[in-house]
Each structure stands twice: as structure tokens, then as C-alpha cells.
Design a protein around this ligand. Structure first.
Ligand code: 13P
Length: 253
């Protein structure tokens, strides 16, 4: 059985006060569920990670980074390594979020190095994949997702795969208010699981959690979670409102 997993991606939002306050409100509202029946994580901006990790230290809510650099240390101005993130209490890290692919210009090759570096540095990567609207309309969803999964996980051993979570985030559903229907999400997740099965064998593929992301809100979370291969939710905008995020966690129980 795959344990449900709800993660909040705060993106480039909050400030030093608001980040800690949001974390505390989430922790106090989810005492009974977080960590027991649902894995819960929040991914604040780098500069607030340490304060948020401290605020959550007595809770079972984990902290994740929104990105990492693949080198362990050295002359890489402005970058942050997996070991630095682990050092301040990070457990997860997003790799290849659509905004990094399409706004910053990250390639599948770079994302693959980040996934590998995250695991070597003791973090659990959440590899984000998903097609653009034009790609969906051209019936290229499966092709795009196949490329992103295969290249993102290139050279990763079966043993290391168990550290990985996949997030399917169709780009057209991110921040747009458009959500994939539960059926569209299930189709994509089923496709990704079968792909993982071809790459790593069915048993391992059954164990990997595949999250859905893209305009997840309290009122659509339960329907999305009711799908067999939707194992959790990666929440953007709604994770910035404690009450909404808590309602989404409840929907995943
Ligand atoms: P929204 O929930 O704001 O659409 O963002 C989704 C997302 O990108 C999470 O990583």
C-alpha cells in the first residue's frame, strides 16, 4: 500500500514572518493525520527553509527544497547543494518543476543530475513531469512524459528508485485554475506507473508514489485522490493558505 503524500510548494512566496506562521498553523492543524496516515511536506523558499524546519521540528511534517544544484560543493556562485539542505533538516527536494523547466530553462539532462545528486546527498527527490497545453492538444502527452521520466531517471539503479517520488503536473493546469479531471490524472498516472514497470519491474513501480499537481484545491482534492494511481498531491497556490492546505491533507486521509 502506498501511503498518501501531500506536499505544498510555496514557490517564491511568503516572508520570514509569514513562512513560520504558515508552518505553525499547518502543524497545529494536522497533528493527528500528518505522519500517521499521510506524509506531509512543505517546500518553502531556500531562505526560509531553516526557520520553517525549526518551526516544524516537533511535528511530523517534513521540509523540502524547491530545487538543488548537483555539485556537492565548490565554486558555484548562488547554488545550494544537497548536503547543505540535509544539514538544515531538509528531507525532500523538487527536481525539474515545470517553472524551472520552462521559465528557467532546465533540461532533462540537468534535472537527471539533480535527481542523482539529491539521492547521493541523502535527500528524497520529487521528480516533476508534465506536458504543455500544445503538447496535450497534439496528443503528445505520453511521449513528453516518457522522455521526462526516462531522461530524469537515466542511470538510476532500482535500489535508488525507492527514494524517488514522481509528480505529474500538466503545465496547462499549473496556476491556471484548470485542473486535470480525475480521469485525465488517472490516465497519466497509470501510464507513468506502467512506464516505471517497464524500466524497473512491476513490483518496484507499484511502490513508487505518483503525485498530481495543478490547481489542486480543497474542493477537487478528494476526487483526484479517489483515483487508483493518484497517491498524493503537490499543491501550489492552495498550500499558502493554512485552512485550504489542511483541508487538502484531510481529503488525502
Ligand atoms: P498550483 O496549485 O498553484 O496550480 O501549482 C501547482 C504546482 O506547480 C505545484 O508544484
Amino acid at each position: 500500500m502506498r501511503k498518501p503524500f501531500v506536499a505544498g510548494n510555496w514557490k517564491m512566496n511568503t516572508d520570514s514572518y509569514a513562512s513560520v506562521e504558515l508552518a505553525e498553523r499547518i502543524a497545529s492543524g494536522s497533528v493527528e493525520t500528518a505522519g500517521q496516515s499521510v506524509t506531509v511536506a512543505v517546500c518553502p523558499p531556500f531562505v526560509y527553509l531553516q526557520a520553517v524546519a525549526r518551526a516544524l521540528s516537533a511535528s511530523s511534517i517534513a521540509v523540502g527544497a524547491q530545487d538543488i544544484y548537483f555539485e556537492p560543493k565548490g565554486a558555484f556562485t548562488g547554488e545550494i547543494s544537497a548536503s547543505m539542505l540535509k544539514d538544515i533538516g531538509c528531507v525532500y527536494c523538487l527536481c525539474g518543476h515545470s517553472e524551472r523547466r520552462h521559465v528557467i530553462g532546465e533540461t532533462d539532462e540537468l534535472i537527471n543530475k539533480k535527481v542523482a545528486a539529491a539521492i547521493s546527498g541523502g535527500l528524497l527527490p520529487i521528480l516533476c513531469v508534465g506536458e504543455l497545453l500544445a503538447e496535450r492538444e497534439a496528443s503528445q502527452t505520453n511521449q513528453v512524459v516518457t522522455r521526462q521520466v526516462k531522461k530524469g531517471l537515466a542511470d538510476l539503479s532500482a535500489e535508488k528508485l525507492s527514494a524517488v517520488t514522481i509528480a505529474y503536473e500538466p503545465v496547462w493546469a499549473i496556476g491556471t485554475g484548470l485542473t486535470a479531471t480525475p480521469q485525465q490524472a488517472q490516465e497519466a498516472h497509470d501510464f507513468i506507473r506502467k512506464l516505471l514497470g517497464q524500466m524497473y519491474g512491476g513490483q518496484l513501480a507499484e511502490e513508487i508514489r505518483i503525485l498530481y499537481g495543478g490547481s489542486v484545491k480543497p474542493d477537487n482534492a478528494a476526487d483526484l485522490m479517489s483515483q487508483q494511481d493518484v497517491d498524493g498531491l503537490l499543491v501550489g497556490g492552495a498550500s499558502l493558505k493554512a485552512d485550504d492546505f489542511l483541508a487538502i491533507i484531510q481529503a488525502a486521509v
